[in-house]
Structure formats: structure tokens, C-alpha cells
Design a protein. Structure first.
Lengths: 130, 130
DNA sequence: TCCAACCATCACACAGGTGTGATGGTTGTC
DNA sequence: GACAACCATCACACCTGTGTGATGGTTGGA
């Protein structure tokens, strides 16, 4: 597929797909006319990128993380340098922190919503038709 | 305490504390000389802000969420408008998505690290001194 | 009294993710 | 062949969170 379809199927803009490529997150093949060409796997990959970006990770980090998330797990131990592994561990820990933090706060919001709804219920019922 | 101490105790810069105030996330009282004055509760509050920012939420949203996270839970049902509640629910759902997404990916990274470590172990041991 | 160490405001700058538009090439259809 | 609908590159601009520095007021200790 070409860039327009990928954009539609991932809910991104063409501009961003080019940007992700520029940042080295995806590498499109090129047709003879210069058009970028993508296969289906890019759909998930782009969604993954969007999710990680939304979670607050910068492209620089995403670039390092992505190769480890490939589903067919082809490369077990690539040229993973010790620094690379250290980065991964550090990033994993930061993600764990984020998860815990988000969970705590989401639960607090939930609790708040519950309380508000409980206290609001009474005034929903007005005089029940005497 | 004044801005310098708060900055030190929260690991932020004075600049950012003023920015958060400008964005309506915190409201400092002012001493007679114009200096900002904070009590201890601001330490947690600022850390909370930092965490939410780090998790990818913009100040605009944080501003709406923060009041629901106050620990003494003083305000059960404030002037919570329906739109406000809707925003909260939407944001809670987005946080849940983020949590699930982060968890999946963190686990994948973890799994990757495990595999790499397993496959790397062998070549740590070189010829064991014949 | 002077100086260091705070504080205030304000302005400019930057980086990263994103939008928008200019300019021009390719392709398929009428 | 003309036109619409793609595609390409490039440049400029925006927003948000941050840094940095200029300029000046306050305070407390040598």
C-alpha cells in the first residue's frame, strides 16, 4: 500500500509517517516512481509508534525499543551492545514507574467519579408525581 | 517554604514551578514582599504534576484532574458540571488504554531482555583454563 | 555597609511532534 | 490531452514543556 492508505488505516497524517521515517522508526521501500510502499505489517508498527509516543516516549527511545517488539521474534540476540541493553532496562523501569503512577491516578479518578455519582443520584429523582 | 526549597524538594526548576502556576496547576500564596510561599502539601502536588506530565498528559488536562486527587477528599461533589465529568471519564479511559499499552510493551521488552540474557550467558564463559 | 543568595518578572530560544502550504512529478480516467 | 487524485520534497509555523539570561528588588550575615 502507499502512504495515503497507511495514513488512513492508522489514523495518522502522511506528514507524520514521513516524519517517523525521517526519525528512523520505519523504513519504507520505494516503488520505481519514488512512491513509498508499505506492506500490512506497517499498520501495527505505526500504531505501536503512536501508542508509545502517546505514552510519553520520544522517538529516539522508541527507535531503540521497536526492534525488540517484533512479533515473529526473529532476532534473538542481535548486535545488542551492553549500552543498548542498559538503555532497555532503564526504559523498562521508567515504563513500570509510569504504569504504577497512571494506575494509582486512574483509580483515584475512578473513586472520585464513584463518589460524585453516588452523591448526585438523590437529586435526580424529583417529586414522584403526588 | 519558598520557591527555591520547593524546587529542590521536588527536583524541578523554579522556572517550571512558575510555569505550572501560570498554567493554573498550583496557586501559591504571596508573602508581603511578593515572594511565593508554599506549604508542605505542594511537594506531593508538584510530584504528581511531574508524574502526569511524564505520562504524557498535557497541563490542560492535569488541571482538571488534579482537584479529584486531593487526599483529604474534602470536596465530594463540587460544582462538577456534566461536561467536567465527561472529560474525567474520557481521560480515565485514555489512561487505562495507556496503562494497557505500556504494560504490554514493557512485558515485551522484558521478555526480549530475558531471551537475550539467556543466549548471551554461554559466551561469557570462555575457555575455562585448560 | 556591602555582598551573597535569594526572590520577581520578562523575554528570547530551543526541541520535539505536528499542521499547512508551495511546487512539482505520476497515474488513471474521461 | 485534460483533470483529479495521488505522490514527492521542502520550508515555514505552531504548541508545549523547558532552559537561560537580563534586570531589578529583598534579606541576612560578614
Amino acid at each position: 500500500m502507499r502512504i495515503g492508505e497507511l495514513a488512513a488505516r492508522t489514523g495518522t497524517s502522511r506528514r507524520l509517517l514521513r516524519y517517523y521515517e525521517e526519525q528512523g522508526l520505519i523504513v519504507a521501500t520505494r516503488a520505481a516512481n519514488g512512491y513509498r510502499e508499505y506492506d500490512d505489517r506497517f499498520v501495527d508498527r505505526v500504531k505501536q509508534i503512536r501508542g508509545l509516543l502517546d505514552a510519553g516516549l520520544p522517538t529516539r527511545i522508541i527507535k531503540q525499543i521497536l526492534p525488540c517488539l517484533d512479533k515473529p521474534r526473529t532476532i534473538y540476540f542481535p548486535d545488542a551492545t551492553p549500552e543498548m541493553l542498559a538503555t532497555l532496562e532503564r526504559e523498562r523501569d521508567r515504563m513500570t514507574e509510569r504504569i504504577e503512577f497512571l494506575t494509582r491516578n486512574r483509580d483515584a479518578i475512578n473513586e472520585y467519579l464513584d463518589v460524585v455519582r453516588a452523591n448526585r443520584q438523590p437529586d435526580v429523582e424529583l417529586e414522584p408525581a403526588v
